[in-house]
Design a binder for this molecule. Structure first.
Ligand SMILES: [Zn+2]
Length: 182
């Protein structure tokens, strides 16, 4: 199995091939001249390499879709991004997508805490305990509901934006998105 260093080297060399056939992507100024609107939609999903929204939503730069990813696709770690993007761009919709077989269903927050404590001096353990969650979940649909509820309860998020959040579960086997009823 390749080490992470050699994989990074390989990825950088892959980029050379991609760049050789690259078509220039327009700047914001050029997009304005072309009549392409600024992005108004955020897709929030998991970091999992099997969960690629550019693939399962067939995204292109001209779609104006902003993608943010973290473990599971949770609202809490994405909140600063959502607030800043909304301030810049007046976001209209947020799409939250969690996925089947998510790694977040395979670990617990306690396992992460214990692993960290083994690697850190005991003086740091209280700080580790104070981190409320590392994103572990038990139920995919409930997790989507909880994240939407968190968005709606976030005091700095505009109500119209929180109300425009929709949740889905992406099935790795079928490729389909299923809406999550609130
Ligand atoms: Zn995941």
């Amino acid at each position: 199995m390749a080490t992470s260093t050699s994989l990074v080297t390989e990825l950088a060399s892959r980029n050379k091939k991609i760049a050789a056939a690259h078509q220039p992507i327009p700047t914001f100024a050029e997009m304005g001249e072309m009549g392409v609107g600024l992005p108004h939609v955020i897709v929030l999903t998991c970091v999992d390499p099997r969960c690629i929204p550019e693939y399962f939503l067939n995204l292109h730069p001209s779609d104006g879709v902003l993608v943010t990813r973290n473990i599971c696709g949770h609202i809490a770690p994405a909140l600063n991004d959502i607030l800043a993007l909304d301030a810049f761009l007046s976001i209209k919709e947020i799409m939250i997508v969690h996925h089947t077989d998510c790694g977040a269903t395979h670990f617990t927050d306690d396992i992460v805490r214990e692993t960290m404590k083994k690697r850190l001096p005991s003086s740091s353990h209280t700080e580790v305990d104070n981190i409320k969650t590392f994103g572990a979940i038990k139920d995919l649909e409930q997790s989507v509901r909880d994240d939407i509820a968190l968005l709606k309860a976030a005091p700095l998020v505009r109500k119209e934006l929180a109300d425009a959040a929709v949740g889905f579960v992406y099935d790795l086997k079928t490729g389909e998105l299923t809406p999550v009823r609130l």
